[in-house]
Design a protein around this ligand. Structure first.
Ligand code: NAP
Length: 255
């Protein structure tokens, strides 16, 4: 039997925030490894359509589905729309926002609430739908959920994004608890904690120079690329990680 990186079952994969950054890289790599991909986005439809074209160029099927993961109804309709591709066996809980960098004492309440709404409440609701569609006792086929945490959950992001770090701490707890809850259901639940990764999120936080400034002080002396994070995510989704659940894989260049 052929063994290799493409070993094992694939199926329909949902990626929240699949239009840009780590999510887009995950959609592309997952398609190359045999997944059909439901690509969720919030605003940037042209970017999502470009990712879909790349998924199809890899010979897989793609669906582009708009939805704000901070809105419970949008989470439900994302899963309903994705099911048109077939039974869902993989979910990447990736959509995330950071807020505007600064000390916590200066942070507006509505900004903090907005980050928590996407990164915590939204991610928990996505995980809930993943449990509902994949759990064997509910008629699902089993599968894998990968939650995007951050090394900020353990470093704390002082002076920059303490609220964001706290939101990722919630992802770590979600991963621990849900992995135990869904172990008997044939659903593996893991987290990936990226370090400094070259995406738009840093400019969105008002710090376009953040990577250049901080990367030199890291053990590997550079920022990571979204493709390097996608490798970890797609491995955790795959049957190659068949006995891995409840893990939190740091992809942080030693930081
Ligand atoms: P990014 O480049 O800013 O892309 C964010 C993606 O999430 C976009 O596709 C965006 O969609 C989508 N999104 C944002 N808010 C959404 C919402 N409410 N509903 C649905 N989709 C939404 O971010 P990234 O750097 O790739 O980050 C991806 C994940 O990795 C996040 O959870 C982030 O916290 C985590 N992470 C990133 C880093 C890093 O250094 N980059 C480090 C650690 C952890 P639109 O295109 O439509 O706006």
């Amino acid at each position: 039997m052929a063994m290799g990186p493409q070993r094992g079952a694939t199926g329909v994969l949902i990626v929240t925030g699949g239009s840009r950054g780590i999510g887009a890289a995950t959609c592309r790599l997952a398609a190359a490894r045999g997944w059909d991909v439901a690509i969720n986005y919030a605003q940037d439809e042209p970017a999502a359509e470009r990712v879909a074209a790349e998924v199809e160029a890899a010979g897989r099927r793609a669906a582009v589905i708009r939805g704000d993961m901070a809105v419970a109804g949008d989470v439900l309709s994302l899963f309903q729309a994705a099911a048109r591709l077939g039974p869902v066996t993989g979910v990447v809980n990736n959509a995330g926002v950071i807020g505007a960098a600064g000390p916590l004492a200066e942070a507006p309440a509505d900004m903090i609430a907005g980050v928590v709404a996407v990164n915590v409440t939204g991610a928990i609701l996505v995980a809930r739908e993943a449990a509902r569609v994949m759990a064997r006792s509910r008629g699902g086929r089993g599968g894998a959920l990968v939650n995007l945490s951050s090394i900020a959950a353990t470093l704390g992001a002082p002076g920059e994004y303490v609220w964001y770090a706290a939101s990722k701490g919630a992802i770590d707890s979600l991963t621990i608890g849900l992995s135990k809850e869904l172990g008997p259901e044939g659903v593996r639940v893991n987290a990936v904690s990226p370090g400094l990764i070259e995406t738009d999120i840093h400019a969105a936080g008002g710090q376009p120079d953040r990577l250049a400034r901080l990367a030199v002080g890291t053990p590997m002396g550079r920022a990571g690329g979204p493709d390097e994070v996608a490798e970890a995510i797609v491995w955790l989704l795959s049957e190659a990680a068949s006995y891995v659940t409840g893990a939190n894989l740091r992809v942080g260049g030693g930081r």
